[in-house]
Write a protein that binds this ligand. Structure first.
Ligand code: NAP
Ligand code: MG
Length: 497
């Protein structure tokens, strides 16, 4: 499987013929088709997964509908639903080792990172939502003493969930946890590049004892299985994380079918603004981590650095110093700090952006080096001398590539910097580094982004809502806001006399 050892349990899981999880059964696709699952560190086939399509999505939706309409799940007490979610948390935590090895093999990320980030954050969101299950409440309304009026918060029904490959387990967890807490039933489609951790989670969902049909997992391709889920007439809600381009297709599919509810977590081009009074011992590693974490394959990656010209060279030298020391390699090698990109396609995209940027006049400070053996490696890269209208500045690269621009002293600084930071179609995140927290807070109010980090970056918690302004998405995942995505309100009015 790889020159690096994994636990026997992981080896056994990965090697098997992977099927889809529908109505409590593990099934082949209706036409018995499969697709290869690739290890991006070697380019070799790890195993095969079932290639579900429209017919398989339909089977899964029928199961989810039955579980929602006649099964115990939505009628179970919220505390019983919470108890099952907590059982799942225990199972996730006790299989952290396997999960992190599976993520490393399938996605390429270092096992150590998956163990420190992906797995605990996944457990945390299930734990948080287990608690929230008992807090989903309606209200009473007193507008007329002859009438009793109250609201009920009800689950939306069957939720379709389409997740990407950058945090395969965590993105599935962010979607499944609130849906399950509210009593929805789910059809989940993992990304074609990384189906394995969702299937392993499916096994644990079964072991925990969730009723059949509550969670269904269909592996397959976006343009077939994903599109069928988004346009299905009997799916009440679709939640999607991925590119803005596909997000727009999801909206069209929902509009042209049954007008199902839509939530989207899309791309980003997030600015990291470094003022001259910033603590550079914090800001420089912070800015490096903001772009290089997960190989830049983060929707909220701090992919544009704006640093004051007084400190610009120091910041760039500092980030370059860190970039030059990052150890690239197989994610299962304990010394590896950065693994490969997820696929040849993603490597081609990232390489294409860097080449194009350099051709348009950008200076390559460090990086731009690709591949190591047969894996899809791209070294941490910094581009300076860039202009606001360049593709590398405007578009999401989704790789370990940061573009950096200086800014000067200006009157009405907050307005001017907010204008530069907001000069993007995206609005997912932003970072601000300064000792003047009042200034940072005023700037945070002006930035059109769903998350603003001040003197920190990439800090997540299950209680903090995450999502985008502008073309970065609709709705918020995590926090109590995520409950809103999976519930709807009914007003009931009773004549008393
Ligand atoms: P993508 O095409 O948007 O894929 C995300 C998910 O949507 C996958 O499960 C995918 O299935 C599915 N999908 C694709 N086409 C679909 C369709 N027509 N209908 C329904 N579902 C569909 O992302 P990608 O191709 O993996 O990456 C391309 C770019 O997207 C990246 O370079 C990056 O800029 C952005 N991206 C953003 C995020 C994020 O967290 N916001 C995550 C990943 C990628 P398949 O895997 O089978 O295609
Ligand atoms: Mg893979």
């Amino acid at each position: 499987m790889t020159q690096f050892k994994v636990s026997p349990a992981t080896e056994q899981f990965v090697k098997k013929q992977h099927r889809m999880f529908i109505n409590g059964y593990w099934l082949s696709s209706h036409c018995e088709k499969t697709f290869p699952v690739i290890n991006p560190a070697t380019g070799l086939i790890l195993t095969h997964a079932a290639e579900g399509d429209k017919e398989d999505i339909n089977r899964a939706v029928i199961a989810a509908r039955k579980a929602f309409e006649t099964g115990p799940w939505p009628r179970m007490s919220p505390s019983d639903r919470g108890r099952l979610l907590l059982k799942l948390v225990d199972l996730i935590e006790s299989h952290a080792e396997e999960f992190s090895e599976i993520e490393s093999l399938d996605n390429g990320k270092p096992k150590s990172v998956a163990l420190a980030v992906d797995v605990p954050l996944s457990a945390d969101i299930f734990r948080y939502m287990a608690g929230r299950a008992t807090g989903i409440e309606g209200r009473t309304k007193s507008f007329n003493s002859d009438l009793l009026a109250y609201t009920l918060r009800e689950p939306v029904g069957v939720a379709g969930q389409i997740v990407p490959w950058n945090f395969p387990l965590l993105m599935a967890a962010w979607k499944l946890a609130p849906a399950l807490a509210t009593g929805c039933t789910v059809v989940l489609k993992p990304a074609e590049q990384t189906p394995l951790s969702a299937l392993f989670l499916g096994e644990l969902i079964q072991e925990a004892g969730f009723p059949d049909g509550v969670v269904n997992i269909v592996t397959g391709f976006g343009h077939t299985a994903g599109a069928a889920l988004a346009s299905h007439m009997d799916v009440d809600k679709i939640a999607f994380t991925g590119s803005t381009e596909v997000g727009k297709l999801i909206v069209h599919a929902a509009a042209n079918s049954n007008l199902k509810k839509v939530s989207l977590e899309l791309g980003g081009k997030s600015p990291n603004i470094i003022f001259p009074d910033a603590d550079l011992d914090l800001a420089i590693p912070g800015a490096a981590n903001a772009i290089f974490f997960n190989h830049g394959q983060c929707c909220c990656a701090g992919s544009v650095v704006y640093a004051h010209k007084k400190i610009f060279d120091k910041v760039i030298d500092g980030i370059a110093g860190i970039a030059g020391k990052i150890q690239l390699g197989n994610g299962l090698d304990p010394t590896t700090e950065m693994g490969p990109l997820v696929s040849q396609e993603q490597l081609n995209t990232v390489r294409g952006y860097v080449d194009e940027g350099v051709k348009s006049g950008a200076e390559l400070v460090i990086g731009g080096i690709c591949s190591m053996g047969d894996g899809y490696f791209h070294s941490p890269t910094i581009l300076t001398d860039v202009q606001a209208d360049m593709k590398v500045v405007k578009e999401e690269i989704f790789g370990p590539v940061v573009v950096a621009m200086p800014f000067s002293d200006i009157s009405d600084e907050i307005t001017a910097i907010a204008k530069v930071a907001n000069n993007t179609k995206y609005g997912l995140a932003a970072g601000i580094w300064t000792k003047d927290v009042a200034k940072a807070s005023l700037l945070a109010q002006r930035i059109k982004a769903g998350t603003v980090w001040i003197n920190c970056y990439n800090v997540f918690d299950a209680s903090l809502p995450f999502g985008g302004y502008k073309q970065s998405g609709w709705g918020r995942e995590m926090g109590e806001e995520a409950i809103e995505l999976y519930t709807q309100t009914k007003a009931v009015t009773v004549r008393l006399r």
